[in-house]
Write a protein that binds this ligand. Structure first.
Ligand SMILES: [Zn+2]
Length: 246
């Protein structure tokens, strides 16, 4: 795929990065990602991937925009209240770059569904979806970019147990739903922390697609908004993991 003069201009600042360059932009144009969740993490993640020229982006979400979302879901405005998030976000992505192939899937992701992206991005807000996506990523040998944010903290990782020998899966880290699991609805979250987390997820997807740098495979990046710190911890494959141990 050769880049047109329009694309060369549009993606100039990525082309200037030696780790991405023209070949990286071409890889982005040929890439496909499925983003599960069009909310506080999926929004910024999708906006950055569309701006980076990710060729095909599929957005899964069955929710509608509520007024209480607008404090952090900056892809939506007041007039979007009541609209389907997947369709509204898809519309926004097409505005960013009309040449992209953007698909809205206004359904809840459940096991058995088949997101088409070669990279899966978990921007959901519940453990059932995370476990199901982790299983899908492992069995279909795809990388899973996973993010979560709550309160003042965010975390991002890449799970590649089906892709890279020895890489842990999500369940190596969280074997089962924690007893104190709280839905986003019931706890506060600092809006910009969701933006930092969603942008970090987009960055991981760009790195996986272009081969730039070192993706967060086997590592978890922890963002502490209140303390103003970021740290990264190592994660090993759990030899007793219910999903990937064999
Ligand atoms: Zn595992």
């Amino acid at each position: 795929m050769t880049l047109t003069p329009h694309e060369l201009e549009r993606h100039k600042r990525h082309i200037l990065l030696k780790e991405i360059g023209g070949p990286g932009v071409q890889k982005l144009r040929a890439a496909s990602v499925s983003i599960i969740g069009a909310g506080a993490l999926g929004g910024p993640c999708a906006l950055y991937l569309a701006a980076a020229g990710a060729g095909r982006i599929e957005i899964w979400d069955d929710d509608t925009v509520e007024r209480s979302n607008l404090q952090r879901q900056i892809q939506f405005g007041d007039a979007d209240t009541g609209a389907l998030k997947a369709q509204q976000l898809a519309r926004r992505l097409r505005e960013i770059d009309p040449v992209l192939n953007i698909a809205a899937v206004p359904r809840r992701y459940v096991p058995g569904e088949t997101p088409s992206g070669e990279i899966l991005i978990d921007a959901s807000d519940n453990f059932a979806t995370r476990f199901a996506l982790n299983q899908l990523a492992h069995t279909s040998r795809r990388a899973l970019v996973c993010g979560a944010a709550s309160g003042w903290t965010g975390q991002v990782s890449v799970f590649a147990s089906g892709v890279q020998a020895g890489a842990p899966c999500y369940q190596c880290w969280v074997p089962e739903t924690p007893p104190a699991a709280e839905a986003c609805d019931e706890v506060g979250v600092a809006g910009p922390v969701t933006g930092l987390t969603g942008a970090a997820m987009a960055l991981e997807a760009v790195k996986l697609i272009t081969g730039a740098g070192r993706p967060l495979i086997g590592r978890i990046q922890l963002i502490d908004g209140l303390g103003g710190t970021t740290r990264t911890i190592d994660l090993r494959r759990d030899l007793q993991c219910p999903l990937c141990h064999s």
